[in-house]
Structure formats: C-alpha cells, structure tokens
Design a protein around this ligand. Structure first.
Ligand code: ACO
Length: 209
C-alpha cells in the first residue's frame, strides 16, 4: 500500500450538487462509457492523443483495461486516480500522475467533467479535494497542471483555486493530433497552508456537508 490511495474524499456541496471523489471501480464502465461517448466534442480538443477510434476507446469494454491500469498505478504509488461523483452519479475523473518521490515529491494533476455537470463548480471542488489529499495523506509537496491557453474553463478552474502560472511549455503535449503549447501552473504545500477546500468554503464557493 502507498500513502493516500485508495481514498474517498468529500462530500462538498457546490451549485451543481454534492461532490465526492473515490477510486475508480469496475462497475463505473457503463456510466464512464456513456458520458465519454456523448461528450466527444467537449473532451477531444483537450485530451492527449490516443491511437484508435473514439467510440472504441471509450466503449464499455474498454473500461476494464483502463481501470486495471489505473488501479495498478495507484497500488504502486505512481498515480492517484479518482472518479468524480455528483449526487452519487458518475460525473468525470481527476487523476494525479507521474508521482515522483524522493527530493521531488511532485506529480501532475488532470481532470475532466461531463457536460451534464459542468459550470456548477464540480471540477473546482474535486480538484480542491484531491490537492488537499495529495498535500496531506499522500505526502506530496508540489502539483503541476498544464493547460492549453485556449482552454478557458480549465484556466478558470485553476484561477479559482489559486494555482500559480509558471510559464509556457512549447509544443509540450500531443493533443487532438498535434504538439500543443501548454501553460504550466503549480502549487506547493507552502502556498496553501490551510488547504484549498477551506479556501473554497471561506469564499462561499462550496459548503461542507
Ligand atoms: N470562458 C471563460 N470561462 C468559462 C467558459 C468560457 N468559455 N466556460 C466556462 N467558464 C467558467 C465557468 O463559468 C466557471 O467559472 P465560474 O465558477 O467563475 O463561473 C469555470 O469556467 C468552470 O469551473 P467549474 O464549474 O468548477 O468547472 P467544471 O465542472 O465546469 O469543469 C472542466 C471544467 C473540467 C475544464 C470541463 O469543462 C471539462 O471537462 N472540459 C473538457 C476537458 C478538459 O478541458 N479538461 C482539463 C484539461 S487541463 C488539465 O487537466 C490540467
């Protein structure tokens, strides 16, 4: 077992509903596939390019392989993969990846939310829960989020959470079929001594349930 995973975090109430995050389960297959297939246009411009066809990659039958990979990485302490629930229903994912320990104690964080649950504070709440957990139980010191400069909703999520803009990574990641520039944002534990969730609650963006 590695520190911090699996875990169940929340609940936190935001305008869209009650947000929780937990480890992915095999039975998420149907909901995951339904949302991902429906939301191809919403997701594809922002996600790393994957070989193959969208509907096949996001079929119910594709989930067991993904789930097992995520679970293996989680168990080995290389990743902290979570799914987001809103009012108990599957709404998206938050993944902490490339966990490096030792003198770095750092990782990246990425997220997506299905269109049925967007614009109601869900990603902001889910990322806040996961960041606090990473800086607490999981023992990390730094988290990095890289975003395409065109991705206004994601830039807003990081802005609301107080992520610091650190620079532009040129032609950084293969997204939607090309090497795309990304803006790098980061937080270290020193930036958020009281935690992100406390900040959201104090700012009236979320309520503890
Ligand atoms: N321009 C400016 N702001 C916008 C726009 C826009 N076109 N659209 C939405 N917003 C704002 C919303 O109003 C909201 O801000 P507010 O609370 O001040 O009103 C904010 O963006 C979104 O905040 P949340 O509601 O917390 O986020 P949401 O649950 O809607 O999820 C997300 C945002 C995850 C980016 C979602 O849109 C999504 O899944 N997009 C596709 C995948 C993606 O881009 N993932 C992020 C990749 S980058 C990374 O992972 C580090």
């Amino acid at each position: 077992r590695h520190p911090g995973w699996p875990a169940r975090l929340g609940p936190l109430r935001v305008p869209a509903g009650v947000v929780e995050v937990r480890a992915p389960k095999l039975f998420d297959a149907t909901a995951w596939s339904r949302v991902r297939r429906r939301d191809r246009l919403h997701l594809e411009s922002w996600e790393p390019t994957v070989p193959g066809n969208w509907n096949d990659n996001n079929a119910t039958l594709a989930w067991p392989g993904q789930w097992s990979t995520l679970r293996g990485l989680g168990r080995r302490g290389m990743s902290l993969p979570f799914v987001i629930l809103v009012d108990g229903e599957f709404a998206g994912q938050v993944t902490v990846g490339n966990v490096v320990r030792g003198a770095l104690c750092s990782a990246w964080i990425g997220y997506w939310v299905g269109t049925h649950a967007t614009a109601g504070g869900v990603a902001t709440a889910a990322v806040a829960l996961v960041v606090d957990h990473c800086f607490g139980a999981a023992g990390l010191h730094r988290l990095e989020a890289t975003v395409r400069p065109e991705n206004q909703p994601s830039l807003r999520v990081l802005g609301k959470l107080g992520f610091r803009e650190e620079g532009v990574f040129r032609r950084y990641l293969d997204v939607a079929g090309g090497w795309r520039d990304h803006v790098c944002f980061a937080l270290t534990t020193e930036d958020v001594p009281n935690g992100l969730v406390a900040g959201l609650v104090a700012g009236g963006r979320a309520e503890l349930v």
